[in-house]
Design a protein around this ligand. Structure first.
Ligand code: IVH
Length: 693
């Protein structure tokens, strides 16, 4: 510990000689650096914030009077720890999920109804909802152990985020220590954000320093939090709101509102205004009030979040795909503006879809500069009457790609003609019957498709290979360094040449190779998603992985499913909500020779992990196939299904000889008959609940 000088009156700066000033400044710098390390890295400050500020103010005063004394490493110029090379990854103990969206009053009444139905609570019996603003920032999880902030992580893909602990420690509204009554393990989930006023100031400062200007407060917050150099983050006016919990060693409350109150007692800011409400009508009134107040609220909101207040109900409601059934985000209406279409270009996607895009006279829409809008497809162009030179109204809502609402000065003679050739490879572009999309028939000879597939393959939600951005993928493709996904894992061959590239060097090449190496092992679901099969997003990829469990099995089954009408095809069609059209696309993908080669090649390079089933409780019914029928009295149908699944059951929709139990509620009909025919055991709801107790 540094000897602490008894507080004594410092002589005014104006009375210091140059020599005295130099000596005192160097003394102050050493002290501030010492306290910075204690505060930012060790989380063990020895002096109060006010004492620290006094020291710092004195140094600033001296440096202002004697600017020649400013050194680049002075704590007035930098704060915090050394820059990092890259962020470490953090696996979330409890996944960080997203929220389903509601856009209309009807979506909200449906949400409230769904909750009642799932819990089997009559509409006339009120359920409490906590409503609070949805903050437009970046979600972050703060982990406290024994009352000390030990880790902060971004959301990432929900399962794994980035370690931003050093940066979060520089945020003034994040408590570093919690009172004694906080649980030993406590993860606080919330939003890192910036007020609009602070954002304006930041941009002004950025402009003066000829640095990057941020499009909106959210981007400003994101750019500031994801800084490898925490001394930069420390200078940014970030704030934090707490609104949910991750892992906790003991329960904090039994309501969402109780959690809010606790968070607030423990020193966190919580989003306001918030209210506990008991009906869809009250919820909608609250939404209108917050919307009206929006301009007066100091930070950007993009809607109101409603959460079932009882944590017991939340637990019963559980999750569907990646969002809780117990919450929804009711978005505010989209912001609109008028501008001109300068040009219409055609983009070719990874599955060959030709997408028309309007290049616009840049315009500010609700705080974001917009210079492009999607026109979707040929029909949309016809419907909207879009042409080059048209004046249009565009709108954007949250992160959604800006859209053209309508043309202000229609002129059918100038209507944009959709091309019948792919602009990238010149192949014929065709539109299948019943389809909105026009597709390039060039397949593998179309460079645009190949490049887009590669971009998707390395993207954050797929292989997540850091350092292989869109621009580099395109360059590597043009230079034939990467032609197929497997080439990514053979980049080492090119290490020598890469180090000679302009703007590259030993360090960046090594970093790239390192990030490639880190991804040589991958989960089956991500692998399937990365393949870029038409219509197969993250949720479907996960379902396929969960169903087929290993890549070997998936490939065998897909081969079998290529026979029309086969049992394997039926099986695929029956998974979750896959359905016929998606099943056809999946089978077609695996039947294509080139795709088979790509997968074969990748298997040589990678370790593809079998699907790790989320832990289910081992129970007497694990592995059984059950079917529910009739009206259940103790749970809603969805809850009953989710409950059975959590016990390791497969839940079917029709009775077959594979069904182990038919659970029949009141007024069960034809399924009961079928079960009797096939000799399937029938249980009453009570018998079933008794069995799984
Ligand atoms: S509750 C299980 N409350 O919105 C998820 N989220 O679109 C619990 N967000 O990932 C989240 N304000 O980052 C909650 N008051 C609020 C929020 C909020 C903003 C973010 C959050 C979430 C995203 C979903």
């Amino acid at each position: 510990m540094l000897p602490r000088r008894k507080s004594q009156k410092e002589p005014p700066v104006s009375g210091l000689s140059a020599l005295e000033a130099a000596s005192e400044a160097s003394d102050l710098r050493a002290k501030l650096k010492y306290h910075d390390i204690l505060y930012h890295q060790k989380d063990a400050p020895e002096i109060s914030d006010a004492e620290y500020d006094t020291l710092k103010k004195r140094l600033i005063d001296i440096e202002t009077a004697f600017p020649e004394l400013i050194t680049p490493d002075s704590p007035t110029q930098t704060v915090g720890a050394k820059p990092l090379k890259e962020f470490a990854k953090v696996r979330h103990a409890v996944p960080m999920l997203s929220l389903s969206n509601s856009f209309s009053d009807e979506d909200v009444t449906d949400f409230v109804e769904r909750v009642h139905k799932f819990l089997n609570i009559p509409a006339a019996t009120a359920i409490e909802f906590l409503a609070e603003p949805k903050i437009d920032g970046l979600s972050c999880s703060l982990r406290y152990e024994k009352g000390k902030l030990v880790q902060a992580a971004t959301r990432g893909d929900g399962e794994e985020g980035e370690d931003v602990t050093q940066n979060v420690r520089t945020i003034k509204t994040v408590p570093h220590a919690l009172p004694k009554d906080a649980p030993d393990i406590l993860e606080v989930r919330g939003e890192v954000y910036m007020t609009r006023a602070d954002f304006q100031k930041l941009n002004q400062a950025q402009e003066r320093a000829e640095e990057k200007i941020f499009a909106n407060p959210r981007n400003g917050a994101a750019g500031s939090l994801r800084q490898l150099d925490s001394s930069i983050t420390a200078k940014r006016p970030l704030r934090f709101f707490g609104y949910a919990l991750g892992e906790t060693s003991e329960p904090v409350s039994d309501t969402q509102d109780g959690i809010r109150k606790k968070l607030s007692q423990w020193g966190f800011e919580v989003p306001a205004p918030a209210k506990v409400l008991k009906s869809a009508d009250d919820i909608l009134k609250f939404h209108a009030q917050v919307y009206a107040q929006r301009p007066d609220i100091a930070y950007d909101l993009d809607g109101v979040v409603y959460k079932v207040n009882s944590l017991d109900y939340q637990k019963r409601l559980g999750f569907i795909s990646r969002s809780p059934r117990w919450a929804t985000a009711h978005k505010f209406p989209a912001e609109q503006a008028e501008t001109v279409i300068n040009k219409i270009i055609i983009q070719v996607g990874r599955t060959g879809t030709l997408t028309p895009v309007a290049e616009l006279e840049p315009i500010n829409v609700g705080g974001v500069m917009v210079s492009r809008a999607t026109l979707h497809n040929e029909d949309e162009i016809g419907r909207k009457g879009v042409y080059e030179g048209a004046r249009i109204i565009i709108q954007r809502a949250g992160d959604v790609i800006p859209q053209v609402v309508r043309v202000v000065n229609p002129n059918p003679k100038k209507l944009f003609r959709f091309p019948d050739k792919c602009p990238e490879c010149g192949s014929k572009a065709v539109r299948e019957e019943d389809e909105a999309a026009t597709r390039c028939t060039g397949g593998l000879i179309c460079p645009a498709q190949a490049v887009e597939r590669l971009k998707h393959f390395v993207s954050r939600t797929a292989f997540d290979i850091e350092g292989l951005g869109d621009k580099i993928i395109k360059e590597f493709w043009d230079e034939k360094i990467i032609q197929t996904p497997g080439d990514i894992f053979r980049l080492e061959k090119h290490a020598g040449a890469l180090k000679e590239r302009e703007g590259w060097g030993e360090l960046s090449v090594n970093n790239l190779l390192e990030s490639v190496e880190k991804r040589r092992t991958i989960g089956l679901d991500r692998f399937i998603y990365a393949l870029g099969i038409r219509q197969v997003g993250q949720a479907t990829a996960k379902k396929l992985a969960a169903h087929y469990e290993s890549l070997g099995n998936l490939l065998t089954q897909m081969k079998a499913a290529a026979t029309p009408g086969s049992a394997a095809f039926q099986e695929l069609d029956n998974i979750g909500d896959i359905g016929l059209s998606m099943a056809e696309d999946i089978v077609a993908f695996f039947a294509e020779k080139h795709n088979q080669e790509v997968i074969k090649d990748l298997r040589q390079e990678l370790t593809i992990k079998d699907f790790a089933r989320p832990k289910t409780v081992q129970s007497a019914v694990t592995g059984k196939t059950v079917v529910f029928t009739g009206k259940l009295s103790r749970m809603g149908r969805e809850e009953a299904k989710a409950h059975a699944e959590s016990l390791g059951c497969k839940v079917g929709s029709s009775v077959s000889k594979n069904t182990d139990y038919l659970i029949a509620g009141e007024d069960a009909g034809s399924k009961l008959k079928k079960a009797a025919e096939l000799g399937v055991k029938v249980l009453s709801e009570d018998e079933w609940l008794e069995m799984v107790k």
